[in-house]
Design a protein around this ligand. Structure first.
Ligand SMILES: Cc1cc2nc3c(=O)[nH]c(=O)nc-3n(C[C@H](O)[C@H](O)[C@H](O)COP(=O)(O)OP(=O)(O)OC[C@H]3O[C@@H](n4cnc5c(N)ncnc54)[C@H](O)[C@@H]3O)c2cc1C
Length: 390
């Protein structure tokens, strides 16, 4: 019977550098002004608000690609400083989704594996808030088992020819580029060989983008179809056949951020506002429980940011936070339903009415949290493997 080995798991408490205090104050002031100027809606999910205008303003502050080299438009600031900006944006429910994927994972992937020409062409427009990315991993028969992707890229004299389809591709109809995982050769014994990543120009390449309407009736998802799509040689990212190693590192960026427990922070905030300053015993118990979980998750998540800063790849720690974070997000919604009698038809503009509207959206978005970025079951498998149990 294998015994769990937790020795390698650590969540060392991070010490936030002094400069983060003024940065946090600056971000808060920016958000207050921007909210007052544009009256954007506070979102109950980071994936809900797509605003190129907001993204460009954020870029003008130097807060997109802020850890990247200055020669690509970055600011060469630390991962912990980026964390401060990210958590303030999430806590405010700001409309961040236009630049989110490019800033979080596509840019860092290109910095790590892309060619100099790709970095020079793509990273400056991202840091200017003008270039947005989609993730091209999932396929109709390939989600959790990503190594089973069947979209194929074959060499041609001029470059590559792609055939296949990607699915659940968030905002492919709005974004400029997609990084897509394709089969380029034999899978090998471990099934991880023969995969490669390509840069797809969603505006210019001959792909077909079909909308998929979600439970809220909104168009966020798409199917992206490749039917004999020709792309030039220089769209290969990194080395042919290295796709699995590259996509695994991309997933570490995707899973490790505070959006895995703060994506519906706005509901927690709205819940505390709706309860007011004189909670009854049940409300106080519910809010206290949520606050203690939130604080623990934040400490763990900050320690992951510090590990990323140190150049480590905390894959298992990130999976633990995603698993616990998704549970916390569910608990926020469930606690709200339990401790607050909702009046969906309350007077317009009243706290109760606003809160009921937020909750209605939250309940419909909730099931997606445990799927996107890897399902809860997959996170648990990664954790078990990390403990030496599988
Ligand atoms: C809001 C949202 C946005 C998304 N955006 C994108 C995007 O932009 N680009 C993109 O590529 N994808 C995107 N996805 C897709 C997402 O990555 C997949 O839904 C996810 O990886 C799961 O794959 P699947 O849906 O095919 O489910 P499946 O893999 O078929 O899983 C179905 C069920 O079986 C369980 N299961 C599967 N394998 C195992 C196993 N080995 N052990 C135990 N349980 C298992 C799963 O946990 C799940 O409960 C998005 C999803 C959502 C919800």
């Amino acid at each position: 019977m294998p015994q769990p080995n937790a020795d390698s798991l650590r969540f060392p408490p991070p010490r936030l550098p002094k400069e983060t205090e003024s940065l946090r104050a600056e971000v808060r002031a920016f958000l207050t002004d921007s909210f007052a100027d544009e009256a954007w809606q506070r979102n109950s999910d980071f994936g809900a608000g797509f605003s190129p205008e907001f993204t460009r303003k954020l870029a003008a502050k130097g807060w997109i690609g802020m850890t990247w080299p200055k020669k690509y438009g970055g600011q060469e600031r630390s991962m912990l400083e980026r964390y401060i900006v990210t958590e303030e944006l999430l806590a405010a429910g700001a409309p961040v989704f236009a630049h989110w994927i490019a800033d979080r994972q596509s840019g860092p992937l290109l910095l790590r594996f892309g060619s100099e020409a790709q970095c020079e062409a793509i990273l400056p427009p991202i840091t200017a808030g003008e270039c947005y990315f989609s993730i091209g991993m999932s396929e109709p028969d390939s989600g959790s088992d990503l190594a089973s992707v069947r979209t194929r890229a074959e060499r041609t004299p001029e470059g590559w020819r792609l055939n296949g389809a990607k699915v659940w591709t968030s905002n492919a109809h709005l974004n400029h580029f997609m990084i897509t995982l394709c089969r380029t050769g034999d899978a090998g014994a471990d099934r991880h060989g023969g995969l490669s990543q390509f840069l797809i120009d969603l505006k210019k390449d001959d792909v077909t983008i079909n909308p998929i309407i979600n439970m809220l009736g909104g168009h966020e998802f798409n199917e992206v179809v490749f039917d004999e799509v020709e792309i030039p040689e220089d769209r290969l990212i990194g080395n042919e056949g290295d796709g699995w190693r590259q996509v695994t590192s991309e997933l570490a960026y995707e899973r490790s951020g505070p959006e895995r427990f703060l994506s519906n922070f706005h509901i927690f905030r709205a819940l505390t506002d709706a309860v007011g300053t004189s909670p009854d015993a049940r409300q106080a118990e519910g809010l206290g429980r949520l606050a203690s979980r939130l604080w623990t998750l934040r400490c763990m998540s900050l320690s992951v940011a510090a590990m990323l800063e140190a150049g480590e790849s905390p894959e298992v720690e990130a999976a633990i936070i995603k698993e616990l974070g998704n549970r916390f997000e569910r608990e926020v919604v469930e606690t709200a339903r339990t401790i607050l009698p909702l009046q969906p038809t309350g007077p317009a503009g009243s706290n109760q009415s606003d809160f009921a509207a937020i909750m209605a959206e939250a309940v419909l978005r909730l099931p997606s949290f445990t799927l996107r970025g890897g399902t809860t079951e997959i996170m648990r498998s990664i954790i078990a493997r990390g403990l030496g149990l599988r």
